[in-house]
Design a protein around this ligand. Structure first.
Ligand SMILES: [Zn+2]
Ligand SMILES: [Zn+2]
Length: 243
């Protein structure tokens, strides 16, 4: 009965306030996602295997002997493996943008649906403790939430991951990475992270760092280096968007 009511009320709300697509602003008819119209949904590119073992960038069916993509050749990753869910361009970029800059928590429902459609991504999370990349306290206060933590909690609810633990803190207020090149990005975040004072680290547990976007991997690498220095041996990484 409750679900019948919810559906009926949901349909009524849709008639009164039609949902619009986060990418093209067009109406979202009855597609599989709530905030991407069917045509933008078709444009969204998932990072399905075969893919780079470090960042999850798909090889698009090309037969490549290397296991790393051009994005990762200069990275020297401290984490063992990484995965991304979709390419952060076009509709993928708009989804992440809505979450990060417009408090678009509603996109997390679509994220949950996307996880159901990507069993390889869910399987990667099994049994792991998810560690969101932290924001500096000043930025957290300005934004009101950490998008990586919101993502990690959505991953936890929709997979067999064990828990979300806030093990890291950001001790340096770094400038935005978006205008920086690869070398400057590395320098920018090199000493930005520390183990949080309340953290209870277990050296042989499987930890997975969670970020919203994988760009050069320098942020995830700096976080991984901090965990490794504290004695953690199994560290992987995931991002929702790649690029
Ligand atoms: Zn659209
Ligand atoms: Zn890569």
């Amino acid at each position: 009965m409750a679900s019948f009511l919810q559906t009926t009320l949901g349909t009524a709300a849709d008639l009164l306030f039609p949902r619009s697509c986060v990418h093209c602003a067009g109406p979202v008819a009855r597609g599989k996602y709530q905030y991407l119209c069917p045509s933008c949904a078709r444009e969204l590119q998932f990072c399905t295997p075969p893919a780079c073992k470090t960042c999850g960038y798909p090889f698009f069916g090309a037969v490549i002997a290397a296991r790393e993509c051009p994005h990762c050749t200069e990275l020297d990753p401290v984490f063992e493996k990484g995965k991304s869910l979709f390419l952060a361009k076009g509709p993928g970029r708009s989804l992440l943008h809505a979450l990060k800059y417009q408090q678009g928590f509603y996109i997390l429902k679509d994220l949950a649906r996307m996880l159901q459609e990507n069993p390889h991504f869910r399987a990667f999370l099994r049994g792991a403790i998810l560690v969101p990349v932290p924001l500096h306290p000043t930025k957290l206060r300005d934004r009101g939430f950490n998008q990586s933590e919101q993502i990690a909690r959505t991953l936890l609810r929709n997979s067999d991951a064990q828990a979300v633990e806030l093990l890291l803190e950001r001790k340096e207020f770094t400038e935005s990475q978006t205008q920086l090149d690869r070398k400057d990005r590395m320098q920018n975040v090199k000493n930005a992270f520390a183990i949080s004072s309340a953290a209870n680290l277990m050296s042989h547990t499987n930890y997975i760092l969670v970020d919203d976007v994988f760009t050069t991997g320098s942020t995830l690498n700096a976080c991984a280096r901090t965990l490794r220095a504290a004695g953690v041996t199994h560290i992987r990484a995931v991002a929702i968007g790649h690029g």
